[in-house]
Design a protein around this ligand. Structure first.
Ligand SMILES: [Zn+2]
Length: 279
């Protein structure tokens, strides 16, 4: 099974064509969470305007993304509209990654309709996956924002925190966006100090994960506690605590890199089999 979309559309004319349907950060899905539909479904869209984007080859199918303005523009029986987060909990990782890619491309198409330099309408170059301004020559590529995510540890304890927007009772690792001009290592030290007031050392890169909410690349680390007492950053961190690895709160789902960072450290401390993570 292919786990990433291959952008070799022109060389696969014999592949099956399937469509993904997207509107306002949601995908059309059956009640069995099928998100790919035959192209014949486009007959349902005759009453609304839509944009299309060729995403590439995935599992021997050419995937066409159909972007409509709002979910109520079409009606298809036995379907529902679902955002990426609930879909992440239902789908296998390969399908979730394909949808993550699709949602980022859809947002890019929707958000870059005019040149940000000269304000003229911008054209999509599907071959090169970029927007091109014929007026001033500006090129705009899909956006990826790098972030750090880190598990801070202190022997048999791990530091977990709650953001105000987390689901009830869930705690997770610390995370934050890279700022202009800093390295990823500087970002980890700065974010940890800003969010919980602690100094860390022994920074170790572990893995990365594309995080399509809306277009981040999570770079995951382990770090050791060095000094300081927990001081919560107002408005950002609702709570943060040291948890013994044998008495943990509700954790993020297995599909998220934050959970992998936690499970990997516990496996190392308790000499258990290491978890797998396909990022
Ligand atoms: Zn321009």
């Amino acid at each position: 099974m292919e786990t990433t979309v291959k952008k070799d559309i022109d060389d696969n004319a014999s592949a099956v064509d399937l469509i993904l349907v997207y509107a306002q950060n949601q995908f059309l899905a059956t009640y069995e969470y099928q998100v790919l539909f035959p192209t014949s479904c486009l007959a349902n869209f005759t009453i609304c305007q839509y944009k299309t984007l060729q995403l590439g080859l995935w599992n021997n199918a050419n995937i066409q993304l159909v972007i409509i303005t709002k979910p109520t523009d079409i009606f298809m029986p036995n379907t529902q509209w679902l955002a990426l987060r609930p879909l992440m909990l239902q789908l296998d990782l390969a399908t979730f990654k394909m949808l993550g890619y699709a949602s980022q491309m859809a947002n890019w198409v929707n958000d870059f309709q005019f040149c940000s330099r000269c304000s003229q309408p911008i054209q999509q170059n599907q071959k090169l996956f970029r927007m091109e301004c014929a007026h001033c020559g500006y090129h705009a590529y899909p956006v990826v924002n790098p972030c750090m995510i880190v598990l801070v540890t202190r022997e048999d304890e791990i530091l977990l925190a709650r953001s105000p927007h987390f689901t009830t009772n869930m705690y997770s690792t610390l995370a934050g966006f890279v700022e202009v001009g800093e390295s990823i290592e500087q970002c980890v030290h700065r974010e940890v100090f800003e969010e919980v007031g602690l100094s860390i050392n022994n920074l170790r890169y572990i893995a990365s994960q594309n995080w399509p909410y809306p277009h981040s690349l999570m770079l995951g680390f382990h770090a050791s506690y060095e000094k300081g007492d927990i001081v919560l950053q107002a408005g950002e961190i609702e709570d943060a605590k040291w948890f013994n690895i044998k008495q943990l709160p509700q954790l993020p789902p297995k599909q998220a890199i934050s959970r992998y960072l936690i499970d990997l450290y516990i496996a190392e401390k308790l000499s258990l089999a290491k978890p797998t993570f396909v990022s």
